[in-house]
Design a protein around this ligand. Structure first.
Ligand code: GDP
Length: 484
């Protein structure tokens, strides 16, 4: 058809408007260049030229400071000095170490947050690889590595004591105790950015704090939240961020497409499944069902919620009435593929039953697929994590997407796809929420546990009321910050 011709004549933008560098061998990581054009329509969101140039300079810096460089060796030697006096020498390498924790969705959100922070502060990011990061993701920066060498001294430390608020170099704690000032700069600080963080931990992004933190060569970040929305509270960062991301809700969408390239093993899972089940459909709907709390599993009130949301929002057809089904409906022969992601296989099983037994009022044919049903979370088990990543990618390749409120697994999936999701409210008291879901106005993830207020002059203001484009999230009852 003419449409197909146009499609094949379109120049393939393998590098997504310069977001990706061409300096990689294609076969070592097929997804890097393939994933953007083989399986999806080109994203309508283009990266800014400023972001592209910033990424290219970052890549040069990472190559200069990365593992196996003289600079890295010198910087790790500083770690053994108890008190470090910031020298004036320019061009020193400074680092931020990302420590793995929590589920895969959490990890990807925080990796992107920490990378953006590194980009803004001219540090380089190194990734804790004691877990299975390298089984999941390819190296993102050419000619170097983002994996923190396993002999990095502070990692042995995490084994012995663990990083938490009690850790002597925890920034928030030092700030509360007034035990940090510019006369004695420690060689490293631990940044605690978990759900139980205090405002003192979360407001490290403020200008006053940054002027000190900037001098510290090593920052060790443990995080499980997407803290990007708070970066805009710092006026210096804000000026830079506006240039990097003129379309504010595209931050994670661009970062994820730049940073996260599934390994060939994972990519093979994605493409095989897509080709077998999703490629032939006229339209694809993704549904991600996460059941928080205990007990967890298959629940009728959740199943009802999914059906009610998808039918109400016209994502799935209504069932035909008896009269309608007697008439031989041939209004359409559209094939709709539904991709379900959940730990529990019963959700797709039930949907399949519903749509195979009863014809739809539109005559549409609905086919339901669920790649896995792992039942329990098994983070750090290689195959389990690979399946989870493959499903996030498969979900991102759908045309419309429904995800569970508060789920970082869902956040990654829709943002990667550049999709504004329908968010399924979290049920309380084992009943179906009414309304069952809400259409999000933004494709950004939600920062689930943000600071209560802003920086310096905004310290009296609710953090959701400081900037017109950083507002409370739609999917949680209170708090939460999201870029719109
Ligand atoms: P969140 O807990 O929903 O915010 O998402 P996370 O990804 O951080 O943690 C949940 C983990 O449970 C995932 O990383 C998977 O290991 C597992 N999991 C949850 N839901 C699914 C699913 O639909 N499919 C697969 N394959 N794994 C899932």
């Amino acid at each position: 058809t003419t449409n197909d011709i146009k499609e094949s004549e379109r120049p393939v933008d393998k590098l997504i408007g310069g977001l990706l560098t061409a300096d990689f061998d294609e076969s070592a990581c097929l997804s890097r260049y393939q994933k953007h054009f083989l399986y999806r329509k080109p994203s309508p969101y283009k990266p800014s030229e400023y972001l592209v140039s910033k990424l290219r300079s970052y890549e040069i810096l990472h190559k200069r400071c990365g593992p196996d460089t003289k600079a890295y060796k010198e910087a790790t030697e500083k770690l053994s000095h108890d008190e470090y006096y910031a020298s004036e020498s320019n061009g020193e390498c400074r680092y931020v170490v990302w420590v793995a924790g929590y589920g895969l969705g959490n990890r990807l959100l925080t990796l992107a947050s920490v990378f953006l922070y590194a980009l803004l502060t001219e540090r380089i990011i190194l990734v804790d690889n004691r877990k299975d990061v390298s089984d999941l993701l390819c190296e993102p920066f050419p000619g170097t590595s983002w994996l923190l060498p396993l002999d990095f001294p502070m990692l042995n430390y995490t084994y012995a004591w663990g990083y938490n608020k009690e850790y002597p170099r925890c920034y928030g704690t030092m700030e509360e105790n007034h035990s940090i000032n510019s006369t004695s700069i420690p060689p490293h600080l631990y940044m605690h950015n978990l759900h139980d963080s205090r405002d003192s931990d979360k407001l490290f992004i403020c200008q006053k704090d940054q002027s000190l933190i900037n001098k510290v060569p090593w920052l060790i970040f443990q995080a499980n939240v997407y803290f990007v929305p708070s970066l805009w509270f710092n006026p210096t960062f804000q000026t830079e961020l506006v240039k990097l991301f003129p379309q504010k809700e595209t931050v994670f969408h661009h970062l994820v497409r730049y940073l996260f390239h599934p390994t060939n093993q994972v990519w093979d899972m994605v493409t095989k499944y897509y080709d077998a089940h999703l490629s032939k459909a006229d339209e694809r709907l993704g549904i991600q069902i996460r059941v928080f709390g205990k007990p967890s599993g298959f629940f009728k009130h959740v199943m009802d919620q999914v059906v009610s949301c998808t039918q109400r929002e016209k994502l799935l057809p209504e069932f035909a009435t008896q009269e309608e089904s007697k008439v031989n409906i041939s209004k359409t022969t559209k094939l709709k593929a539904v991709l379900v992601a959940s730990l529990y296989p019963e959700y797709s099983g039930n949907l399949t039953n519903m749509f195979s037994k009863r014809p739809s009022s539109t005559g549409e044919i609905v086919e339901v697929y669920q790649p896995s049903g792992e039942r329990v979370q098994q983070t750090d088990k290689k195959i389990h994590d690979q399946k989870a990543l493959a499903e996030m990618y498969l979900l991102s390749l759908t045309d419309n997407i429904v995800t569970s409120a508060r789920s970082t697994f869902g956040y990654v999936s829709y943002s990667l796809g550049g999709l504004k999701p329908w968010l399924l409210y979290q049920p309380t008291n084992f009943t179906t929420p009414n309304p069952p879901c809400v259409r999000s106005k933004s494709m950004e993830p939600c920062y689930l546990t943000p600071p209560s207020h802003g920086c310096e002059s905004d310290s009296g203001k609710n953090s959701g009321k400081i900037l017109p484009f950083v507002r409370h999230c739609e999917d949680i009852m209170y708090g939460g910050l999201k870029l719109y």
